[in-house]
Design a protein around this ligand. Sequence first.
Ligand SMILES: [Zn+2]
Length: 165
Amino acid sequence: MENQQPGQQQQQQQEEEQPQLIEREIEGVTVIPPPFIQDPINSDTNIIQKQEVEPSTETRDDTSRDLLKTIHCRLCDCKILTPKNAKLVEKQITLIHKKQSNTAEELKYMWFLPDMFSFENIAFSKDVNATHKYLTCAECEAEVIGIHYISSKENYVAHDRIIYK
Ligand SMILES: [Zn+2]
């Protein structure tokens, strides 16, 4: 890095100020986040491919995949979902850790709810993008626990970010 030309240095500074927005595929549609709303996931985001442990068989019905436990926030214990209100699906979703975080994880075990009114308690993060909003605990709002797609109204809660009771 010692041999950098002054011009290159300037270019790097500009890139830092304005992270390049990455094209991503959401629900089979290629999405380029509009530059006026900064997407939390950008070229500076460190994306980790998480090795997840599959949810235990006690958490769901073998046939219907229905949730059989109660889902709580792993940090403050707030009740998020009650039994029968979600189904276990495998869908790879990249989720940032917290608001303003520069790390994200690729997670695949998700609790799917077609209807946001099936939540016991939930809050939307303020990091709003044209296609989705992040779901967070209504009590502590500390972590991103899932995603809500605006057009399809689908909700996914990440198994990796919650606890069961
Ligand atoms: Zn919480």
